[in-house]
Design a protein around this ligand. Structure first.
Ligand SMILES: *Cc1c(COP(=O)(O)O)cnc(C)c1O
Length: 403
């Protein structure tokens, strides 16, 4: 079985009559037939061919099959992928395909904010029940399983934002299957290079390909990979009916990103490990949330479930809100932006940026303190990233009027 780098470079190969070395961009809304009989054969499925780009496009198909190949590297069974217009379109595809009135979803508390909104607000408005548990606590899941019925799927995200808390995929898959439910894993933070949920028992994996899979910050996109061909057919029908498909150009950019995914993840992880240790030793820093640290409460699970510990770090500044603002304003190599998984390092201070509109008490409830900072560690040289932080920490030590 080929390794991850070989799979990333070679999976989803495209060849057509042009003999172009790299996959062309099929920027076309519709596709043509030689004659009526040819068209009919394609519509019937007797001859391979494309009809209309909402229904299928070569760029989306090749990219989806490459992601599916990466997600099944350790599984002697194929899986089936679909590219969606965004990570949220992937969540929409899963929920719209699987749920009907009176069904129940069990989701861990800490999921991506818009996923949370779909589960908490939109699904109940359609008559679907949603209940929540702590992803890191199997007792909390067992309690949620005991108080609900008609559970269609369990949804987890691991590692989860912002504290990198992990969920035990294998243990949760067993519980899902014991009651005839499916397990859905949002694998955006880990990527298939670090973690393969399908091999651990999950039924469906989704991604925001906006992040590591594309890797260069050029696309908003998503993907859904299912182990079961029947589920794939169901998802395909929803995708083309609701129009949740990815555009050809976006799929093509993701396809090119995949080729360097293994290399990039190696560097993201190595850099993050060094930075996490630097932060842990720094007097201005309180708690550091990084699964690779021995002090991380779920370090053992991270080692068991993941090949490496990822490129995302969160940490607490002892100086609180003002320290967060001063730190971010004194960095050179960290871009101030939301999102994650790009080749450049991104830094985010939720209390002054994404969550500034919330009262501090509400933020605290969400686990977002005033001094919490999140870094998406890029692939720059670790020594430069650390020196940059060191310098910014020195500024923090100055009196506020001299900063
Ligand atoms: C970004 C993100 C999403 C949403 O993806 P979009 O591409 O922004 O729609 C979902 N889950 C996780 C974990 C994410 O980081």
């Amino acid at each position: 079985m080929p390794g991850p780098s070989t799979t990333a470079v070679h999976a989803g190969h495209w060849q057509d009559d042009s003999r172009a070395h790299t996959m062309p961009i099929f920027q076309s809304s519709t596709f043509t037939y030689d004659n009526v009989e040819h068209g009919q054969a394609i519509w019937r499925g007797d001859t391979p061919g494309y009809i209309y780009s909402r229904v299928g496009n070569p760029n989306a198909d090749v990219t989806a099959s490459a992601i599916a190949a990466l997600e099944t590297m350790n599984l002697d069974q194929p899986a089936f992928g679909l590219m969606t217009a965004s990570g949220m379109a992937a969540v929409s595809l899963i929920t719209l395909s699987l749920l009907k009135k009176d069904d129940t979803i069990l989701s861990q508390h800490s999921v991506y904010s818009s996923t949370n909104t779909i589960f908490r607000e939109h699904m109940p408005s359609l008559g679907v029940n949603a209940d929540f548990f702590d992803g890191h606590d199997l007792d909390s899941l067992d309690a949620a399983l005991a108080r609900n019925s008609n559970i269609r799927f369990i949804f987890i995200e691991t590692p989860a934002n912002p504290t990198m808390m992990l969920s035990d995929i294998e243990a949760i898959a067993k519980r899902a299957h014991a009651i005839g439910a499916l397990l859905v894993v949002d694998n955006t933070f880990a990527t298939p290079i670090l973690q393969q949920p399908l091999a651990l028992g999950a039924d469906i994996v989704m991604h925001s390909t906006t992040k590591y899979l594309t890797g260069h910050g050029t696309v908003v996109g998503g993907a859904v990979i299912a182990r079961d061909a029947g589920l794939h057919d169901l998802f395909s029908k929803t995708l083309r009916t609701y129009g949740l498909n990815a555009g050809p150009m976006d799929a093509w950019l993701t396809y090119n990103g995949l080729k360097t995914l293994t290399l990039r993840m190696r560097q993201h992880c190595e850099n993050a490990c060094q930075i996490a240790h630097f932060l842990e030793d720094h007097p201005a820093v309180g708690e550091v949330y990084y699964p690779g640290l021995a002090s991380f409460p779920q370090h053992e699970l991270a080692t068991r479930q993941m090949n490496a510990y990822g490129g995302m770090i969160a940490f607490e500044l002892k100086g609180g809100y003002d320290a967060g603002v001063a730190l971010l304003n004194n960095l050179n190599f960290y871009t101030l932006a939301v999102s994650l998984g790009t080749v450049d390092s991104l830094i985010q201070h939720p209390a002054s940026m994404t969550h500034f509109h919330l009262p501090p008490a509400v933020r605290q409830e969400m686990g977002i303190s005033d001094g919490l900072v999140r870094i998406s560690v890029g692939i720059e040289d670790a020594v430069d990233l650390i020196e940059d932080l060191e310098h910014a920490f020195e500024v923090l030590e100055m009196p506020a009027n001299l900063r």
